[in-house]
Design a protein around this ligand. Structure first.
Ligand code: ATP
Length: 281
């Protein structure tokens, strides 16, 4: 299978600002890829170039085998885009707007099924202006997937969701991924990247600092673990070690069984992400 997205040496300037400064990126078909980076890192600029909404200054870009700078309607119909929320058509109901958007695509999904998939069946007859922020966001997702896209762009999809809605959304995205949809996600939530992404890329100042699976990024999988426990005489103790199993074994022997308040942790995705950004500055 060919790549869904292939980017080489991508660059874009706004005046003196190098918003994207030599990005290389390859995303396989069927992959869920999360692009992580602080505000102003160049995520939106990169994604909008891939979507064909922004021009580039340099670099090679192929999305579903097509250069987005020469986008056609056929190509566009193969993409799904969930951008930041718009507030258009407040008087339409959920069902009306999903049906309306389905009409733009050659092979749309069943609108009622899509409404069900985003958990809005109970609000299908409700006007958009009456929905909560989180419900409105689900409509955005419904409009992004109603065309049955091969490639879905999700820009900070769960901002403003409560924890339950976020979990439900993750299930929806996993279902799409299981069905073979390629997904490029931007998010500021590390747990979202960890829950959904096959691979993540960290971008800062328009450059990719690292890519890898969430488990392995920045040497996470092989990083030292921290073993922590409560020592009755000395209070909370902790120890960094490359062999936590051995340390826990020794502690268990010392305590003759249960080690009080024992925890074993490795750096979180957020830890390695923040370290990478810190080293960059
Ligand atoms: N239309 C524009 N005109 C001028 N500068 C821009 C424009 N769009 C973006 N920039 C600048 O380009 C840089 C990258 O912005 P971009 O929006 O791509 O970042 P981002 O990673 O998506 O940030 P955020 O997480 O805040 O959405 C920033 O310095 C931004 O100020």
């Amino acid at each position: 299978m060919s790549s869904a997205i292939r980017v080489q040496g991508l660059a874009k300037r706004y005046g003196d600002v190098r918003a994207v400064d030599g990005v290389d990126l390859e995303i396989e078909r069927g992959e869920v890829f999360a692009l992580l980076g602080p505000n102003g890192a160049g995520k939106s600029t990169t994604v909008e170039i891939l979507e064909g909404f922004r021009s580039r200054d340099a670099g090679e870009v192929e999305v579903l085998g097509v250069d987005p700078a020469r986008a056609t309607l056929d190509w566009r119909a193969r993409l799904g885009i969930v951008a930041q929320t718009t507030r258009e058509a407040p008087e339409l109901t959920v069902r009306e707007i999903v049906r309306h958007f389905a009409g733009y695509y050659p092979g749309p999904r069943d609108p009622d099924e899509v409404i069900e998939a985003v958990g809005l069946t109970g609000s299908a007859g409700t006007r958009l202006r009456r929905l909560s922020g989180g419900q409105r966001r689900r409509v955005d997702v419904a409009l992004g997937i109603v065309g049955d896209p091969e490639l879905l762009f999700l820009d900070e999809p769960t901002t403003g969701f409560d924890p339950e809605a976020r979990r439900a959304f993750w299930e929806l995205i996993r279902g799409l991924a299981d069905g073979g949809t390629t997904i490029l996600l931007t998010t500021h939530y590390m747990e979202e990247a960890e829950a959904l992404a096959d691979r993540v890329g960290v971008i800062s100042d328009g450059r990719i600092l690292a890519t890898g699976t969430p488990r392995e990024l920045g040497g996470r999988a092989t990083a030292e673990a921290e073993v922590s426990w409560l020592d009755p005489g000395e209070g909370r103790r902790s120890l960094r070690t490359a062999s936590p199993t051995q340390v826990v074994g020794e502690l268990a022997e010392r305590f003759g069984g249960e080690v009080p308040e024992l925890t074993v942790t490795r750096p979180t995705l957020e830890d390695v992400y923040l370290r990478m950004l810190g080293e960059r500055r």
